[in-house]
Design a binder for this molecule. Sequence first.
Ligand SMILES: Nc1ncnc2c1ncn2[C@@H]1O[C@H](COP(=O)(O)OP(=O)(O)OP(=O)(O)O)[C@@H](O)[C@H]1O
Ligand SMILES: [Mg+2]
Length: 272
Amino acid sequence: MSYVTAVLNQKGGTGKTTTTVNLGAALAYQGYRTLLVDLDPQGHTTIGLGIEPEAIRESMAEVMTVPKKRIQEVAMNTYILGLDVAPATIHLARAAEQVYTRVFREAILAQALTGLDYEFIFIDCPPSLGVLTTNSLYACDFILIPCQISRYSLDGLADLLTTIDSIKNLGVEELFQENIFRILLTMFDKRNRVTNEYILEQLKPYGDKTFNTKVMKNEALNQAQIAQKAIFDFDPRSSGAQDYLHLTTEFLEIWRKRNSLPASPPSLQSCR
Ligand SMILES: Nc1ncnc2c1ncn2[C@@H]1O[C@H](COP(=O)(O)OP(=O)(O)OP(=O)(O)O)[C@@H](O)[C@H]1O
Ligand SMILES: [Mg+2]
């Protein structure tokens, strides 16, 4: 059975795609079969792993609109062994409009994700709370919320949690008790002491719902996206690579606790 994580925040530019690509790549390098579902018409996860729009025959647009279209039919290998992408192109924006007319429209993705042969699946969501995001919430076991450190970064978090609450059909207490969601602080800059203190204070109620790992602001992560590579292949010594490796370890701990599993065997491939 696959463990499905939605990477989501309705705010733009918080590090969703960077996190999807690098967490996915780290897991694949550690020997886990991993699928990244690009559910954003911007297609940044797709492009970020070197798949150009011209190379895509079918994509998530078909999965969301053509009845019984299977993810296996659209998934593509990336240059990383064990890491596949179900790609997105701009056509997904149009497809999302058509989804509104389909029955059980919130469950289309969940249906399409059944019976896949991956250990981990990540869904890179668009920056909105529209039908694509609700599909990902419906389909996922876990929600990873990247938040950029800024004065307004936590605005909208309450709305997001209310949406999660209603789709997962949980009370607030359950939502906080279960291992359902975690906030990831991204683009953290130690020099911005006042802003950081403010945000960390605001986050206190979410203390144990925030990853210990903070992803520091790191230009190499930005450049890796431009170079269409995971950070481990672009600059493995960068702080970005180290931060995403720590995040991977923390993520695996949550997954093991949830499944009551012992520590995994040593990695099959190591991050370069
Ligand atoms: N830790 C970081 N340090 C420096 N730059 C970063 C970091 N994380 C992400 N970036 C850069 O910030 C920009 C936004 O990141 P990203 O594309 O991951 O956000 P997003 O939440 O997926 O955006 P969108 O909402 O548009 O999908 C990108 O140019 C990315 O390279
Ligand atoms: Mg993105």
